[in-house]
Design a protein. Structure first.
Length: 389
């Protein structure tokens, strides 16, 4: 596969990439192959050390097709319908307090894959709005990994870098005769080589109007013509846009989540805020653009119960890391409550939680492990001492 890539790069005149493959990637791959052969030889009865199998199975075929097409292996081995059938459960394990957003995405993806949506459009197209730090980016990552089984399948484009007209050409590539023509577009080249991708257009309201013309072509026809006149297929991609439209309302609703006690008051206030955000959205973007999106989703502000679940998830991740070294970690409920109370900020949502856990727990553990006070195989209990209180 590397030799084939080198041949393609040579035909396209990309000598820098050819050199990188021939003198960098290829020797490393051959070195790794020889290492595997030696390892296999030690285990093999005949000691021939060959990695060639006498027969091929469905997994081998899937792996070869994956190399040729960029389609994830698991996508071919596992029924996509089966995956879509449990998408809510899988996403809700990672994204807390956003059931309505997950349900909206699941409905749109099922419509598409059941053949009930326009087959000439992308798999799904969504606009995400909402407060900072409530799970928008995490949902994008989780959806990308779930649908395409690869963290690299998510492509983020920061629209603040495409505010000027001349910068827009970077997305699809410069036309013939202009600088950068041979390089191709940042967006089109990625999707051409990896058609099964999730494309994130971050802070779309900052983009130049020409970007919306590009998006209209993608959303309406599922394809895009690059600067070299070649057509790129987006029909196996998921398109997600985020926007800060209505941000002035979000801080109020985030603060409200930690101030109401009457049942239903928070939900009623949140619904009112969402209506205001949608009104502003319609004033900001043209109807022909919004109407081409499958769903426009306003994320909920987080409630105290949501923050507790997020803290639990992040502490489980820390415990799993330590478990690999045989260290069993137990966190006192008093410490958890402190993280819940001080880890949420109306301006940044749940993002400070991770930093607080690092400061209170991980940094202290790292210090004691380096000094030899905590060793592999030990049990560790995290609690406040009298001085901490």
């Amino acid at each position: 596969n590397l030799r084939w890539k080198a041949e393609v790069a040579e035909r396209e005149g990309n000598l820098e990439e050819v050199a990188q493959i021939i003198y960098g990637e290829l020797p490393e791959a051959e070195k790794g192959l020889k290492s595997l052969e030696r390892k296999y030889a030690r285990k093999s009865k005949d000691k021939k050390g060959t990695l060639i199998k006498e027969y091929v199975d469905s997994e081998d075929i899937a792996q070869v097709v994956s190399l040729w097409t960029g389609i994830p292996i698991n996508r071919m081995l596992e029924s996509e319908m089966k995956k879509l059938g449990r998408i809510e459960q899988d996403l809700e394990k990672r994204v807390i307090g956003q059931k309505h957003a997950i349900a909206s995405i699941a409905r749109a993806l099922r419509r598409s894959r059941a053949g009930l949506a326009d087959e000439n459009r992308p798999v799904g197209s969504f606009m995400f709005l909402g407060p900072t730090g409530v799970g928008k980016t995490e949902l994008v990552r989780a959806l990308s990994e779930l649908m395409f089984n690869d963290k690299k399948s998510m492509v983020r484009l920061d629209m603040s870098e495409y505010m000027e007209r001349h910068a827009v050409a970077r997305l699809i590539g410069s036309p013939p005769g202009y600088v950068g023509f041979e390089e191709g577009g940042q967006l089109t080249e990625i999707v051409r080589h990896r058609p099964y991708s999730l494309i994130l257009f971050d802070e779309i309201e900052k983009a130049h109007p020409e970007v919306f013309n590009i998006l209209l072509q993608i959303l309406d026809e599922g394809r895009l013509t690059d600067g070299r006149g070649k057509t790129v297929n987006f029909r196996n991609s998921i398109i997600i846009l985020t926007s800060n439209v209505g941000s002035e309302y979000f801080r109020n609703i985030s603060t409200l989540g930690f101030g109401v006690t009457k049942k239903g008051s928070f939900e009623a206030a949140q619904e009112k805020f969402q209506e205001k955000v949608m009104e502003q959205l319609r004033r900001t973007f043209k109807p022909e653009f919004l109407n081409r999106l499958d769903e426009t989703i306003v994320f909920n502000a987080l409630k105290p119960s949501d923050i507790k679940k997020i803290v639990d998830i992040q502490l489980i991740e820390v415990k799993e890391r330590l478990k690999r070294r045989g260290i069993e970690l137990k966190v006192n409920p008093e410490v958890k409550e402190y993280i819940v109370e001080h880890g949420f900020n109306p301006d940044f949502g749940a993002r400070p939680i991770k930093r607080l856990i690092e400061k209170l727990i991980i940094d202290a553990l790292a210090d004691k492990m380096v000094k030899g006070h905590i060793k592999d195989g030990q049990k560790v209990n995290v609690a406040f001492n009298s001085r901490s209180k």
